[in-house]
Design a protein around this ligand. Structure first.
Ligand code: SAH
Length: 221
């Protein structure tokens, strides 16, 4: 297959949005527009750049993976953003999901555990001009209390449970989207919506397989 590198992979990206995103039921126009705008290939390690728009997760280095496009779109839509929100992401990786969120939310805060990935994401996001994404190196399972509350929290690695820190740092009415379950055997994406008086509504959305969340409230591996 010949890739239109000269055209910034425009054709591949458009095809990806139609066949993988719209055809599978992602309908939120803000999400579709973001997926159409953000140059996914720019966030890929060079050796897999040609596969950036294929229907699969890809290795991003350090044993971590970048989710397949559909999962990025699905999780973003599951946050139920309308535009202008403050969102926290756990697991920056190389910053692709953060860049997608930055097209919808007004401020994106993202935490990465591994120094090498955080440094590369920082360079990439600065180079590409995503000025409303704020990165931090550290254990994301503690959240980012100084910047809370968040209208949305998205976790892009799977944990055994939803840490209390996330529940506390969610605004009333805010949504948390996270893959929860046994790390070896797959997980389920859960959406938690915070109500008043410490009440939470939980919905099970989709079965998935994510890399494990590390840190204090992640897996002890
Ligand atoms: N969202 C990324 C993909 C992330 S893969 C993207 O769009 O490219 C999951 C990431 O979570 C990995 O980079 C991993 O290092 C990170 N991670 C795992 N445990 C973490 C923790 N406790 N805090 C922050 N990041 C964590």
């Amino acid at each position: 297959m010949k890739y239109d590198k000269d055209n910034n992979f425009q054709t591949e990206r458009e095809r990806m949005v139609r066949s993988q995103i719209e055809n599978r039921g992602v309908t939120n126009p803000l999400v579709i527009k973001a997926m159409r705008t953000v140059p996914r290939h720019e966030f890929m390690p060079e050796d897999v750049q040609d596969m950036a728009y294929t229907d699969r997760p890809l290795p991003l280095g350090q044993g971590q993976t970048i989710s397949q496009p559909y999962i990025v779109a699905f999780m973003t839509q599951s946050l139920r953003l309308c535009g202008g929100e403050k969102v926290l992401e756990i697991g920056t990786g190389l910053g692709y999901q953060a860049a997608v969120l930055s097209q919808i939310a007004s401020e994106v805060y993202s935490i990465e555990y591994l120094a090498e990935l955080e440094a590369r994401a920082r360079n990439l996001l600065t180079y590409l001009g995503y000025n409303n994404v704020h990165l931090k190196l550290g254990d994301g399972t503690l959240g980012w209390p100084e910047m809370s509350p968040f209208d949305g929290i998205i976790v892009t690695a799977s944990g055994p449970d939803i840490p209390d820190s996330f529940k506390e740092q969610l605004a009333v009415g805010g949504r948390l989207v996270m893959p929860v379950g046994e790390y070896r055997f797959g997980q389920t994406i859960i959406r938690l919506t915070k109500g008043t008086g410490g009440h939470f509504q939980e919905e099970r959305l989709l079965d998935v397989a994510f890399v494990p969340l590390q840190g204090k409230f992640g897996w002890n591996i």
